[in-house]
Design a protein around this ligand. Structure first.
Ligand SMILES: Cc1cc2nc3c(=O)[nH]c(=O)nc-3n(C[C@H](O)[C@H](O)[C@H](O)COP(=O)(O)OP(=O)(O)OC[C@H]3O[C@@H](n4cnc5c(N)ncnc54)[C@H](O)[C@@H]3O)c2cc1C
Length: 426
């Protein structure tokens, strides 16, 4: 893919005509520019402040909030590693009272109208105890809106210079020491490093000429909150139905978040239904175990895709979060991967500062890329494999996978391994 914008070239390539580089146009200097306004951009801004120190100039270019954000119905399963990062930022403390530990995950593999859904596999979260012997759960469920507000607060405390600008006209211009970032009518900002946290369709990634390998799934992820009559007891369910997984994830106060994978046309039809008909379709999939159900707010459809950037850095640009990789939400690990990116980047940058190097130097960025490649590829392959294995109704395959699942359920060592993977990064 050819680089967008003007004059961007990775520092390993031939030097540009000096008349073309940003340094001529620059009117502002910063240490780091972060592009993006989602959870990962906010977490990156708050995390890079302690890594770079109080004097560092960090600018965040956040696009105007998309309408979806005002009613983002998602809830995230935050893995232990993500929780530790949020704790270090002082963000977890604001969230923990409303965070629901996941005590157990039950996996079923059945058809939509099967009267009984036997549990082929179940993981108990109590295997993962803290020093005091308290159950920590696999992960904690946190609602998107609460996480966003807590991070916005952390960004304000970290004194990040935040500007609202559209990123679609972004231009990047680079020489060996600086990258010039020009967005909309803003001045060009010449920084040591550009952190691209602008999501799957990252303009920064495209402008930097970094390629992308990926595909769209033929389904949407319908997500929303369901209130129910009975306590869920911290149990999460993953029902593998022929059209894709239907996940029920426990929230506080007799509520659960659902992530319902459905073929695109069928998803569109479902979203046009009246509330009563939609609730009846939800109930067919959710089951009756938790008593009467009620939809809390609307369901929102998210397109689902898989993709990974061909490189996580180029010149003085580094990709984090969905700008670097996007995976199916079947295992609830997309955001967790992004939080791990940030932790790895902050560590590499703090080490560079220790050695007197600037945050965007090539050594630091390649150490970040090395740290993140393997985990990302592994999680991408696992989630894509799971979706392909389970999203079909091929009889012999169903028989085989059910035998496999129940064998795993009886093999404690394999189960412990899978439980750790289901819990997400420790
Ligand atoms: C249905 C569903 C359920 C999921 N469940 C989980 C889960 O349980 N656990 C998990 O780890 N992951 C989960 N994920 C994945 C997770 O949502 C993504 O990995 C994560 O949101 C990526 O964050 P990001 O900041 O990199 O990208 P994005 O959230 O896509 O944000 C990037 C882009 O959107 C813009 N943007 C977004 N919001 C704003 C805003 N308010 N203001 C300005 N700009 C904004 C950004 O600036 C940028 O351009 C789920 C995904 C889906 C679709």
């Amino acid at each position: 893919m050819p680089p967008r914008g003007t004059g961007f070239h990775p520092s390993s390539e031939a030097p540009p005509n000096p008349d073309e580089v940003a340094i001529k146009r620059e009117r502002e200097i910063a240490d780091v520019v972060i592009a993006g306004g989602g959870i990962i951009a906010l977490a990156a801004a708050a995390t890079l402040r302690p890594a770079l120190g109080d004097e560092a100039r960090i600018v965040m270019l956040a696009p105007p909030a998309p309408r979806i954000q005002s009613r983002d119905p998602r809830a995230y399963a935050i893995a232990p590693s993500g929780r530790r990062l949020l704790e270090a930022l002082g963000v977890w403390q604001a969230l923990e009272n409303d965070a629901q530990p996941m005590e157990q995950i039950i996996v079923t593999d059945s058809r939509l109208d099967d009267a009984v859904r036997p549990a082929f596999l179940s993981f108990i979260g109590r295997a993962d105890n803290d020093e005091g012997g308290n159950a920590k759960g696999f992960a904690h469920m946190v609602e998107a809106q609460a996480l966003r507000e807590a991070l916005l607060n952390a960004v304000a405390i970290a004194k990040i210079d935040t500007r609202t600008v559209r990123l679609d006209t972004l231009t990047l211009e680079s020489d060996d020491d600086r990258i010039g970032v020009g967005a909309e009518s803003e001045n060009v900002i010449a920084a040591s490093l550009l952190v691209a946290a602008d999501g799957t369709r990252s303009v920064c990634r495209e402008s930097a000429g970094i390629g992308w390998i990926g595909w769209d799934y033929p389904q949407y992820g319908l997500t929303g909150t369901i209130a129910h009559e009975r306590e869920h007891g911290g149990r999460a369910y993953e029902h593998f139905l022929p059209c894709g997984p239907f996940a029920i994830l426990p929230l506080k106060e007799r509520r659960s978040s659902i992530v319902w994978t459905e073929e695109k046309n069928e998803a569109k039809r479902l979203l046009k239904l009246g509330e009563r008909e939609l609730l009846s379709e939800v109930t067919r999939r959710f089951g009756h175990e938790l008593g009467e159900l009620r939809l809390e707010g609307r369901l929102v459809a998210f397109p689902l895709s898989f993709g990974v950037a061909r490189a996580f850095t180029s010149g003085r640009v580094v990709l984090v979060g969905d700008a670097a990789h996007v995976i199916h939400p079947v295992a609830g690990q997309g955001l967790n991967l992004g939080l791990q990116d940030i932790a790895a980047l902050a560590e590499a940058i703090a080490e560079a500062a220790h050695l007197g190097l600037d945050p965007g130097n090539p050594r630091t960025l390649s150490s970040y890329e090395r740290a993140r490649r393997f985990d990302t590829n592994l999680m991408g392959a696992l989630t894509d494999g799971l979706v392909r294995l389970f999203s079909n109704d091929h009889l012999p395959l169903r028989g085989l996978r059910d035998i496999g699942l129940s064998l795993v359920d009886r093999a404690p060592a394999i189960k412990r391994f899978l439980a750790r993977k289901a819990a997400g990064p420790q």
